[in-house]
Design a protein around this ligand. Structure first.
Ligand code: G16
Length: 543
């Protein structure tokens, strides 16, 4: 049971910076690490309350700022099934984070405990981990203070990728039930996906190595560990070459490398020694995003981003559904955000003939939308995504009696793929192996993958303004409702370009407004992005 005096006392060690207002955003709280002590302490309080409310189910706390620069950090909560914190609890996190004094904090906490009807005597359980940022250990100490003050049982999993923590949360909470997800340990994670990978690769071979840039983040050492469980190329597995896995130099994290760099700059990391045809991939700082790329025969950089992974996975799963005889029971849908390239949306609708949903940015939104399908494929263009199988789909896949050897083959692969994919959240390591499996099954090179459709040239720009919060987006963030007049001005610019599409929205993880633009030529896309950025600057004022 919570002891309010203890909470107050421990909180006084972590005072809130007076002039700061915090908000639980796209991926929890994220900002300069030196501002986060009080926030992490209070997130710890909320994790304990959420667990008590759920009768002692384990809640996860991940300390990471993912793609952000090394001096940033962040914290987010993971719900019992490994999903992001239920949206209705986000305002509680914001409210606690903004309490000005210890007294106010305790008052809010007491009221929340009553409002959510948490049983005072219920146990509270939390597991947590962090990425490799230097500030992580200080923030862990703040978190521990909150867990001690609230009488919470906890386990520190030290350094993990974000998706590994999501996996563990689900494993702990499903242990001993019919929904058991896997062994509750980091090794269990590797064993599960390695076994699934071997099964999915039966009779198949990858062609050539894949070079994986790990953004000098936690994904590096974890991929090295995963490799130990995987068959090498000569045993029918995959030859993974790990680069940018230096976690001893904190300043190297996400610097001139990683998925965000590659996606936004539309070029390989400068350190990359990529030759024509080489298959490459980049993870982000906490290994929940992945993008692929290669240099074509003219040595032109070609990006295969989240949209491409989504279309590849959707077409593969549709093929497997048909080949196994389960197509009728496995209705596939794709979920994207406004950042999806218009050509990918068209390809899914016209060629794959699959339904599409568009949601706000943030995997939490895509994840929920994907649950509406038997098989929901969701990816953000930035490479963050996964595939969800509904309980009914999993049951159909597990129980179906194949009618022919061909159906049996396809069914075995389908079963393996459901185990390979991390269904709790987008997972760069699991997505890497999924892409490798699909390319091996299709017998495709990156060029053949790229040939499926032609991307519209696009540009993503980061615009710093005085106060990004005045930019309020609606319609799955495709339009600005505020400031008044901005949307009309953006539309005037769009109208000047062939196949022009553009939007602006405030980032939920960085202090900036993001502007996306696409058009029929590279020059036009760049031009449109510049013009819309100018509109944003005009309304937002220069930072
Ligand atoms: C986080 C979210 C993603 C989102 C990205 C950028 O990624 O998990 O869903 O796309 O931030 O969001 P925004 O445009 O609001 O800044 P990550 O990989 O940084 O955790």
């Amino acid at each position: 049971m919570a002891d309010y005096e203890k909470i107050k006392e421990a909180s006084s060690k972590h005072p809130k910076p007076a002039d700061k207002t915090f908000q639980y955003g796209t991926a929890g709280f994220r900002m300069k690490a030196n501002l986060l002590n009080s926030v992490v302490y209070r997130v710890g309080l909320l994790a304990a309350l959420r667990s008590r409310k759920l009768n002692g189910q384990t809640i996860g706390v991940m300390i990471t700022a993912s793609h952000n620069p090394p001096e940033d950090n962040g914290v987010k909560l993971v719900d019992p099934m490994g999903e992001m914190l239920e949206a209705s609890w986000e305002p509680y996190a914001t409210e606690l984070a903004n309490a000005q004094s210890e007294d106010e904090l305790v008052k809010i906490y007491e009221k929340l405990t009553e409002d959510v009807k948490a049983k005072p005597g219920a146990p509270a359980r939390v597991i947590y981990a962090r990425d490799t940022r230097a500030s992580g250990s200080t923030l862990v100490a703040c978190l521990k203070d909150a867990l001690d003050a609230t009488g919470t049982e906890y386990t520190d999993y030290k350094h993990l990728t974000t998706p590994q923590l999501h996996y563990l949360v689900r494993c702990v909470n499903t242990k001993g039930t019919q929904y058991e997800y896997g062994e509750v340990s980091e090794q269990g994670y590797y064993k599960k996906i390695a076994a699934a990978f071997k099964q999915a690769m039966k009779h198949k071979k990858t062609t050539g190595p894949v070079t994986v840039d790990c953004a000098n983040g936690v994904g590096g050492p974890k991929l090295v560990e995963l490799k130990k469980h995987l068959p090498g190329a000569s045993e029918g597995g995959v030859d993974i070459k790990v680069v940018n896995d230096d976690v001893l130099k904190p300043e190297a994290l996400n610097s001139q490398c990683g998925a965000d760099f590659v996606k936004t700059q539309q070029r390989a990391p400068p350190s990359s020694k990529i030759s024509s045809g080489d298959r490459c991939a980049s993870l982000d700082g906490d290994a929940d995003r992945i993008v692929y790329y290669f240099a074509d025969k003219d040595n032109t950089f070609r990006l295969l981003d989240g949209d491409r992974i989504a279309t590849l996975a959707a077409s593969f799963l549709a093929d497997l559904g048909r080949a196994s005889g389960l197509a009728e029971q496995l209705k596939i849908g794709v979920v994207q955000t406004a950042y999806a390239n218009g050509a990918s949306t068209q390809y899914v609708e016209k060629n794959l003939k699959l339904p599409i949903l568009c949601t706000n940015t943030g995997v939490k939104h895509l994840h929920h939308a994907a649950q509406r399908f038997d098989i929901g494929v969701y990816f953000e263009a930035n490479g963050h995504g996964t595939v969800l199988f509904s309980p009914a789909a999993l049951k159909a896949i597990a129980n179906y009696e194949p009618q022919s050897p061909a159906q049996k083959n396809a069914l075995e692969t389908l079963r393996a793929v459901t185990e390979l994919i991390n269904q709790t959240v987008g997972d760069a390591l699991s997505d890497l192996l999924l892409v490798e499996v699909i390319l091996a099954h299709k017998g495709w090179t990156c060029q053949e993958w790229l040939n499926t459709y032609v991307d519209l040239p696009n540009r993503l720009v980061r615009v710093e303004v005085k106060d990004r919060n005045i930019f309020q987006a609606v319609d799955a963030e495709r339009k600005l409702e505020k400031p008044e007049g901005a949307q009309k001005d953006i539309e005037t610019e769009i109208a000047k370009y062939t196949k022009g599409r553009s939007f602006a929205r405030a980032s939920g993880t960085e202090d900036a407004v993001r502007v996306y633009a696409e058009a029929s030529t590279r020059g036009e896309a760049d031009d449109l992005a510049a013009r819309v950025s100018a509109v944003v600057r005009r309304y937002g004022g220069v930072a």
